[in-house]
Design a binder for this molecule. Structure first.
Ligand code: ASP
Length: 335
């Protein structure tokens, strides 16, 4: 009797274990999508030497694969966007972190922002000159302060206090950007008719939990005046994320993106007018901005994994990767 009872118990327990195991494996994991940009502008096959184009392509692909490895293992979208933007900040090809463009005074002043679509929390830094990875400082502002945005010296002190890497301002120097600066300086004294290439970087993602995040980092625009702040660190202008609508990162002529609250405008069209992501982006970037002469583009993703890479310039460094392995990198309009 006792042994029958024991056998029954064992059967019941192992059945429960089996049920639990199969219940776990059959829980459907949501799909993830990650999108990046490395700036928009007059990027055409004729003005980008093949050798440089290949460098951009390879770097963009590497960043996408990096983001993919985070999301595939169940990492969060906020971790993925920060990490991908850090990689691009460290790469001298882009106008963010090392390789940032120069202000009218020949300095590098950096802006960055990050937003978590799940919590609605956001962080940003503006006009910083010594923080190696401004995007991580933006995240620290979001997570370790009661504020959303910190600028200049205060942001730098805060970053140092929170253990972020501080560098000498000369760290950001690259000869290529300096040459661009000298050329721009000899041709113009206004930012409106120069720098037809915007090399800001950004990343948006939806993770397997269905949470959205957006991050943007930039050196701004060549020959910008002291203290000028662009759209990238302004929540709702160059960066925005809300699980209920979309995550957006922008690049382009910042003043237009600020005045048109571009990232939030796209989210609002989805939320209040029920437009799909691509249509909302089209209305804002291809119509509203274009009519005003506001050059640039955006990347966006929604909670279902739909994505868009919409730009009204000749090109935009861009790419996406999805959980089913689909991946694409592009630079020019026709790609
Ligand atoms: N949007 C940036 C700014 O105006 C520039 C860029 O995207 O390259 O600061």
């Amino acid at each position: 009797m006792k042994s029958i009872h024991q056998t029954l118990c064992i059967l019941l327990i192992s059945g429960a274990v089996c049920f639990t195991a199969s219940a776990q494996t059959t829980v459907p994991k949501k799909n993830y999508t990650l999108v990046i940009h490395g700036g928009a502008g007059n990027i055409t096959a004729s003005n980008l030497p093949a050798e440089i184009a290949a460098q951009y392509k390879s770097e963009l692909s590497e960043v996408l694969r990096h983001g993919d490895s985070i999301l595939r293992d169940g990492g969060t979208s906020i971790d993925a966007v920060e990490s991908c933007v850090r990689m691009m900040e460290d790469c001298p090809l882009f106008n963010a972190g090392k390789g940032a463009v120069f202000t009218a005074e020949g300095k590098n002043e950096l802006d960055a922002a990050i937003m978590d679509g799940k919590t609605g929390l956001a962080g940003a830094v503006a006009g910083v000159t010594t923080i190696k990875n401004p995007i991580s400082a933006a995240r620290a502002v979001m997570e370790k302060s009661n504020h959303v945005m910190m600028a200049g010296k205060g942001a730098e002190v805060f970053a140092a206090e929170n253990g972020l890497e501080i560098v000498d301002p000369t760290y950001f120097f690259t000869q290529n950007r300096w040459n661009d600066y000298l050329k721009a300086k000899s041709k113009a004294d206004s930012i409106s008719n120069i720098d037809k290439k915007h090399g800001t970087v950004g990343c948006v993602a939806v993770d397997i939990y269905g949470n959205l995040a957006a991050a943007t980092s930039t050196g701004g625009m060549t020959l910008k005046k002291y203290g000028r702040i662009g759209d990238s660190p302004i929540i709702g202008a160059g960066t925005y994320a809300d699980n209920a609508s979309c995550a957006i990162s922008a690049t382009g002529h910042g003043e237009f993106f600020i005045r048109n609250v571009v990232a939030y405008d796209i989210a609002a069209l989805m939320k209040y007018k029920g437009l799909p992501l691509a249509e909302a982006a089209n209305e804002v970037v291809m119509q509203k901005l274009r009519q005003q002469g506001g050059a640039g583009g955006i990347i966006g993703v929604d909670a279902k994994g739909n994505y868009t890479m919409t730009f009204n310039t000749a090109g935009m460094f861009r790419g996406y990767i999805k959980s089913d392995g689909e991946m694409k990198v592009g630079m020019f309009m026709e790609e």
